[in-house]
Design a protein. Structure first.
Length: 135
């Protein structure tokens, strides 16, 4: 397995690969929500009731759609990376709570939980060298 020992030298490429894949999928899921308009945003924002927020569902829905869409783009670019990771974790906690609240159980909430864990980990690791936020 000596041929695998040098892969640690490519961790920045690995982070880029993760960022591009996750960012693209969040844009894919968020863009239709963003285009859905106020009726769609109200339905999406109503999910906040599962975390105790019952006011302004249209605003929360719009913010959620923006977080997924623009946040996905920012993740891909590595721009404002850590703040976006925090916003996406919060968004995904609400998504997981919604699945639990609707009775979907762990199997329904697993995707949101897995993505939240990934973004929480990326918050600590950072975007890597191939990013706009590169130092």
């Amino acid at each position: 397995m000596a041929y695998l020992s040098k892969l640690g030298n490519h961790r920045n490429f690995g982070l880029l690969f993760i960022r591009l894949g996750l960012g693209a999928m969040f844009i894919y899921h968020g863009y239709p929500k963003l285009l859905g308009g106020p009726e769609s945003w109200a339905g999406l924002g109503a999910s906040t009731k599962y975390v105790g927020i019952t006011f302004l569902p249209v605003v929360w829905g719009l913010l959620s759609a923006l977080t997924e869409t623009v946040g996905g783009l920012f993740i891909m670019l590595g721009l404002a990376f850590r703040p976006v990771c925090v916003l996406l974790v919060i968004n995904l906690i609400v998504a997981a709570a919604t699945h639990f609240g609707k009775g979907d159980g762990l199997s329904g909430a697993s995707h949101a939980i897995e993505a939240a864990i990934m973004f929480a980990g990326l918050f600590f690791v950072g975007p890597g060298s191939y990013s706009v936020d590169k130092k």
